[in-house]
Design a protein around this ligand. Structure first.
Ligand SMILES: [Zn+2]
Length: 365
């Protein structure tokens, strides 16, 4: 782990994410005269702490065990991590830092030295055997501890497709570009409002009901009008304008907005870094700041934004990373409640006779 972090420092990557206390703190602030940037790794290894008092701030967590569920995670997949041990009994905070982008997933204390959190692998983990990560703990007295680990990557295939949409969605005017920038800021603001602990106590349900038909899976490579390339970062579910859209789990509405690409949009925060989003809505049934319950009506299917027909685009993020919503729906947060979940899931009447609709409801976004 230490070698890994040193390489990151040399490469000039974000020091803020490296929890730069101890020697890294002053490397970041400006190295002393005899230690210029660009030196070899072996030289960095010998750099002494800035002050003797800082020694020990960068503690190796030897009394900590880490467990990932599932053990191997597909790109775009969600996982649970549990860290436990004597070293964490007095920790103030525990964070898992993952992959080249240094994605940060915060854990919450379950009891004593046991901490739990949720993380995700980016689609960019495709083709890798594993992704490096480390656990970082804030310890008493301002010290920090760390433990290196890695997460096995499971293979998963994603399809490709070519789609045709209105030209305005592939060549944007200046004002449309401004609008998409404002949309991005609004999404960022929504995703920044989180609770450390989960706001839900049951597994997630399909926002279109148990019999909802999937018209486009997550992760597909797409070419719009033969030129704009992107990945499909959600799950498209069949529906006609006016069909009900339900909250996938308990949470708080963090955004309600009319967006350029996403159309009528709701973002719901579920705590523990987990968010779901609902695009292309024709009507809203919840307002920003509303606490919503799993299965509660929050909107209606529509065809607003960049679409080829009416449908619900259902998205999910964990710690800022897009995940496959299908994997979120299948994830056993509460394995013991799994049987109950299927009994109580909302079953919208609107799912009958989907075939004709499915033809026109190709999707996008
Ligand atoms: Zn979509």
């Amino acid at each position: 782990m230490r070698d890994w972090r040193r390489r990151a420092v040399v490469a000039g990557m974000s020091l803020g994410l490296l929890g730069g206390l101890g020697i890294w703190g002053w490397e970041a602030a400006g190295a002393p005269p005899d230690k210029k940037p660009g030196k070899k790794m072996s030289a960095i290894r010998e750099v002494p702490p800035a002050r003797p008092a800082e020694e020990g701030l960068d503690k190796e967590l030897t009394q900590v065990s880490l467990r990932f569920t599932p053990e191997n995670v597909p790109p775009g997949g969600l996982f649970q991590f549990e860290a436990s041990g004597k070293d964490l009994e007095n920790a103030a905070e525990v964070t898992l830092i993952c992959g080249e982008k240094r994605d940060r997933f915060r854990a919450f204390r379950v009891s004593g030295g046991l901490w739990r959190g949720y993380g995700a692998l980016r689609l960019s983990a495709e083709g890798k055997e594993n992704v490096r990560a480390f656990l970082e703990a804030g310890l008493p007295g301002g010290a920090s501890g760390e433990k290196e680990t890695s997460i096995g990557v499971a293979s998963r295939d994603y399809p490709s497709s070519r789609l045709k949409v209105a030209p305005k969605f592939t060549s944007l005017s200046a004002s449309q570009k401004r609008r998409t920038k404002e949309d991005q800021r609004a999404f960022a603001h929504a995703y920044a409002q989180d609770e450390l602990r989960p706001l839900f106590s049951e597994n997630f349900v399909n926002p279109r009901g148990t019999s909802a038909r999937v018209t486009s899976v997550f992760g597909g490579r797409r070419v719009f009008n033969g030129r704009t390339k992107s990945r499909h970062l959600g799950l498209d579910l069949d529906g006609s304008p006016g069909d009900p859209v339900y909250a996938a789990a308990d949470g708080v509405v963090r955004m309600r907005r009319d967006c350029f690409y996403a159309g009528g949009t709701l973002v719901v925060g579920h705590g523990a870094g987990i968010f779901t989003s609902y695009f292309h809505l024709s009507r809203f049934h919840a307002a920003e700041g509303d606490a919503v319950k799993k299965g509660q009506l929050i909107g209606e299917v529509g065809k607003s934004g960049r679409v080829t027909g009416p449908h619900l685009h259902f998205g999910a993020k964990v710690g800022g990373v897009h995940i496959d919503p299908q994997l979120l729906l299948e994830f056993g947060f509460f394995p013991e409640a799994d049987g109950m979940r299927r009994d109580r899931a909302p079953s919208p009447d609107a799912n009958a006779g989907t075939d004709a609709r499915a033809k026109k409801a190709k999707n996008e976004n």
